[in-house]
Design a protein around this ligand. Structure first.
Ligand code: EPS
Length: 389
């Protein structure tokens, strides 16, 4: 499977073409729209989210809610386009009063992008580097998720830190806390931490500043055997890390015990293989976070992501005006104070797509029944080898 997307933040729409889905997969726009809605939530978002009401439209590849096996084209219209038609017109001349953006924001793609593409208006960079693109990441990921959910794979996410405030929530409890997390404005099940996170965001807003944080993903129901050790680019941990790090503002990733593995001994890090009466051959812990040797091992996937604070500051850092050459504060654009809760939903979607790629590699097939048959054949073998009753 593969996909490409296009679209500027204040252009007419975001578009994606997804290829390689099995034919016969049921897809419903209302399910994708629900994921798009989840991404738009979260305390600390800016005024833009009051304008947008993201909805997907299918333009090809689907008939009577079933995929055809042909490219699936999806579009999400930008409501804000109404306010940008002249300034972002694909054709014609720039309006006479167009103000170019010439003061790059430290931490944003502005300066490096201007040098790379030789633009003198930084808007030509920020429009595509903007996290608006994550709306389509979520739509594409939701399609993948629809496929994986048929095979019992479930996705959970929560926020375990915003700025200085850390939450205390047991990762294994995420499925039972899912409802509470969905209702939390910061996707946090620890009520005391939630309150302090909201206070931190308010303080940052007053100071013209922004906040990052840490997201945790918990993915259950994966069969063992996705990914491979035989070539570096087939390792599931490598491909997940690459894809998740490509989400705007993500600066670090750890899988399972991650950075903590450095301070423990091998006997403390590795997960003993045990024989359990109920579940057959199993593990007594999951520090590996569900991946060993680049392959899913049948345990839940546990991934943590660090998001840096958003670079657009209403109290901006020093910069240089590329037009005049004089020192000048970085440009101020309407933006969010904190988008960590939204990034958690994006991370679920990106992980869905990446896992679906590995799933399709293992369980190929041009139509859904072919995929199901391959999955069942394999799982019967796996369950018998793991002595599961
Ligand atoms: C973003 C800046 C803001 C955010 C945007 C990401 O957009 P605007 O400049 O239009 O206010 O709202 O996020 C989204 C539009 C979105 O859908 O998440 C940026 O500079 O990255």
């Amino acid at each position: 499977m593969r996909y490409l997307s296009g679209g500027e933040s204040h252009g007419p729409s975001l578009t994606a073409v997804v290829e390689g889905l099995p034919a016969g997969l049921e897809l419903y726009s209302k399910e994708i729209d629900h994921q798009l809605w989840r991404r738009q939530q979260g305390y600390g978002r800016g005024a833009r989210m009051a304008i947008e009401k993201d909805r997907v439209e299918f333009l090809s590849g689907l008939r009577f809610n079933k995929t055809l096996g042909s490219p699936l084209t999806m579009i999400i219209r930008n409501r804000d386009w109404d306010n940008w038609k002249e300034k972002m017109a694909p054709e014609g001349k720039a309006p006479a009063n167009l103000e170019k953006m010439t003061r790059p924001r430290p931490g944003h793609a502005d300066l490096a992008g201007a040098l790379k593409y030789n633009h003198d208006d930084l808007r030509n960079i920020l429009e595509r580097s903007s996290a608006r693109e994550t709306a389509m990441k979520v739509a594409v990921g939701s399609v993948a998720r629809s496929l994986l959910e048929k095979f019992g794979i479930a996705f959970f996410s929560h926020v375990i830190r915003i700025g200085a405030v850390a939450a205390e929530v047991e990762t294994g409890n995420l499925p039972s806390l899912a409802k509470k997390i969905e209702k939390s404005p910061v996707r946090c099940a620890d009520s005391a931490a939630e309150k302090r996170m909201i206070e931190e965001i308010e303080k940052a807003r007053i100071d013209g500043d922004t906040l990052g944080g840490i997201i945790e993903l918990y993915i259950t129901g994966l069969p063992p055997g996705l990914g491979s050790y035989v070539q570096p680019d087939r390792r599931l941990d490598g491909s997940l890390a690459g894809a998740l790090m490509s989400i705007q503002a993500i600066k670090g990733i750890e899988i399972g015990a991650g950075f903590r593995s450095a301070q423990w001994r091998g006997s403390e890090v590795h997960d003993p293989i045990i024989k359990d009466k109920g579940t057959g051959i199993n593990r007594s812990s999951n520090h590996a976070g569900g991946i060993e040797g680049g392959i899913s091992n049948g345990q839940p996937l546990i991934i943590r992501l660090v998001m840096k604070p958003i670079p657009t500051l209403t109290n901006p850092l020093p910069s240089v005006d590329l037009l005049t050459g004089f020192t000048s504060p970085g440009a101020v654009e309407r933006s969010d104070v904190c988008a960590v809760p939204a990034a958690a939903v994006v991370a679920e979607a990106v992980a869905s797509w990446q896992i679906a790629l590995a799933f399709r590699e293992k369980f190929a097939g041009d139509y859904i029944e072919e995929v199901e048959a391959a999955y069942q054949f394999y799982m019967e073998k796996v369950n018998s080898r793991l002595q599961k009753s």
